[in-house]
Design a protein around this ligand. Structure first.
Ligand code: ADP
Ligand code: GLC
Length: 487
């Protein structure tokens, strides 16, 4: 089976969030199952050519790709995903991708990803490699099925190519003005009042949803939630229309990259059998922050994009109460200025209680997962979420709001006890407000002071199988379904 995975991010080359982790891990597991899988992403200036051994392919380029009537020159580089033989094709176009950040708010953001879609199609043509499935991800690749089935339909090589469109976050839909139609050279009928009109804007995600054989999102609960007005961000009716072809597949995690027994980013390796070692990482983490280690005080970690999706307004609402708890906070993130300022201010005002690092820092993310006792993720919505799964694996007890993938992976200890069920592995709450959040953090801290109970919660988490093994098989089934229904 030939699978082309197209996305705007892929770890470790280019990452702002979980999409990169998924695109960097899933292909390895598909390849193990015998698929010829290839990944296609832009070559941003942040991609470290030397570190990742990128090779310029002069037999595959340069070639021109037209966007908005202008021919842009595209160069192709390749590398392999670490610990695999999966090739990654990097689409290089200096004007579009050398801008310091992966995403921009520039006027031509639409053009940057129109170029990605067209370049991938034209690269496949040049390689004479016809995917059985184009696996597209998020709005940046929503136009790919539209382009293949319309603009490029003259090329019979794609006649049997099917599409799986995966929604990682319905909050980002790739909405632009109708001028985008001309830039993509799509037929004007798709525009105002047409198929890709969504609430008076041109919507790339709608292309993915309408033109793909199969649609998926990244957890079962989120797949249900997005069918409702509360979570659907306006896409609920469209998804309901396609609900027979719409599935939730829970993300896995890369269990080699995130393994407390071998993680090169942490000073002390440990497993469920020697949990005491974990607290040495706590000491190391606190040393880094300048906070004094206190054996009876739990450390609560946060690693996140600082955006409203992640529930930072609830944290802000409860901040006074949270900071008065007998706990120490280690926060890593970047995003909205309002939240960056809040955490910086807390660290300055309470240097023994709160430490924050504003920025992106992968080694620190690993150290926080290993060193923190608890991990807070009170998301308003969470398609899947990966950090709570990293936390489970690191014996770091997650405290989450019960939504999307968080609801599917974190089982509240007290709720499970009440129901007489084993396997409680964290703490969760329903109501999206500061009071519910504060009460749940307090519950977790109370449990922390009961060592046997705490160790049981940690072990339950470490026992969970969050690997890709199961979900990779689910994706193969979705690919097969897409192929079978290609018209
Ligand atoms: P999302 O994709 O919505 O941001 P996920 O939980 O799926 O949420 O994935 C987030 C990923 O990004 C995780 O791998 C997390 O460790 C990483 N991450 C987020 N913010 C940072 C940061 N500031 N520094 C390092 N890693 C980060
Ligand atoms: C998105 C979601 C996150 C998910 C990730 C990978 O960024 O916000 O919940 O884990 O994609 O699918």
């Amino acid at each position: 089976m030939n699978i082309a995975i197209v996305a705007s991010e892929c770890a470790p080359f280019a990452k702002t969030g979980g999409l990169a982790d998924v695109v960097g891990a899933l292909p390895r597991y598909l390849a193990e199952r015998g698929a010829d899988v290839r990944v296609f992403i832009p070559k941003y200036d942040s991609v470290d050519e030397k570190k990742f051994g990128l090779v310029y392919q002069d037999s595959l380029g340069p070639f021109p790709v037209r966007v908005g009537g202008i021919a842009r020159t595209v160069y192709i580089h390749t590398a392999v995903i670490p610990r695999s033989t999966v090739p990654v094709y990097f689409i290089d176009c200096r004007e579009f991708y050398h801008r310091g950040t992966i995403y921009t708010e520039h006027w031509d953001e639409d053009e940057r990803f129109i170029l990605l879609n067209k370049a991938v199609i034209e690269l496949c043509q040049r390689m004479q490699w016809a995917p059985d499935v184009f696996h597209c991800n998020d709005w940046q690749t929503g136009l790919l099925p539209v382009l293949v089935k319309d603009n490029y339909s003259w090329d019979r090589m794609f006649d049997r190519t099917a599409f799986l469109y995966s929604i990682h976050n319905i909050g980002y839909q790739g909405r632009f003005s109708f001028d985008t139609i001309a830039k993509a050279e799509l037929r004007p009928e798709y525009g105002r009042g047409g198929l890709l009109d969504h609430d008076n804007s041109f919507c790339m995600m709608k292309g993915g949803i309408l033109f793909s054989e199969v649609i998926s999102t990244v957890s079962g609960t989120y797949a249900q939630e997005v069918l409702t007005p509360e979570y659907g961000s306006g896409m609920q009716d469209l998804l309901r229309m396609r609900k027979d072809d719409f599935f939730g597949v829970l993300n896995g995690i890369d269990t080699d990259e995130w393994d407390p027994r071998t993680d090169p980013h942490i000073p002390f390796h440990y497993s469920a059998d020697d949990l005491a070692v974990k607290r040495k990482n706590t000491q190391a983490l606190l040393e880094k922050t300048g906070m004094t280690y206190r054996p009876d005080v739990p450390v609560i970690g946060i690693v996140s994009r600082l955006v409203p999706q992640k529930g930072f307004d609830m944290i802000a609402e409860a901040i006074d109460g949270l900071m008065q708890l007998k706990a120490q906070w280690v926060i890593l993130g970047s995003g909205d200025e309002e939240y960056e300022r809040l955490f910086s201010a807390m660290s300055r005002a309470l240097p023994q209680t709160c430490w924050s690092y504003i920025g992106f820092n992968n080694p620190l993310a690993h150290l926080i997962e290993a060193g923190a006792d608890m991990f807070l993720m009170p998301s308003r919505y969470e398609p899947c979420g990966l950090n709570q799964m990293y936390s489970l694996r690191y014996g770091t007890v997650p405290i989450v709001r019960k939504t999307g993938g968080l609801a599917d992976t974190v089982h509240d200890w007290h709720e499970y006890q009440y129901l007489g069920k084993d396997g409680g592995n964290g703490f969760s709450f329903n109501d999206a407000n500061g009071a519910a959040l504060l009460a749940t953090v307090k519950r977790a801290i109370d449990s922390f002071h009961l060592p046997d109970e705490w160790a049981a919660i940690q072990r339950n988490g470490m026992r969970e199988d969050c690997s890709w093994q199961h979900s990779a098989g689910e994706y193969i089934r979705l690919y097969e379904r897409a192929i079978a229904s290609r018209k």
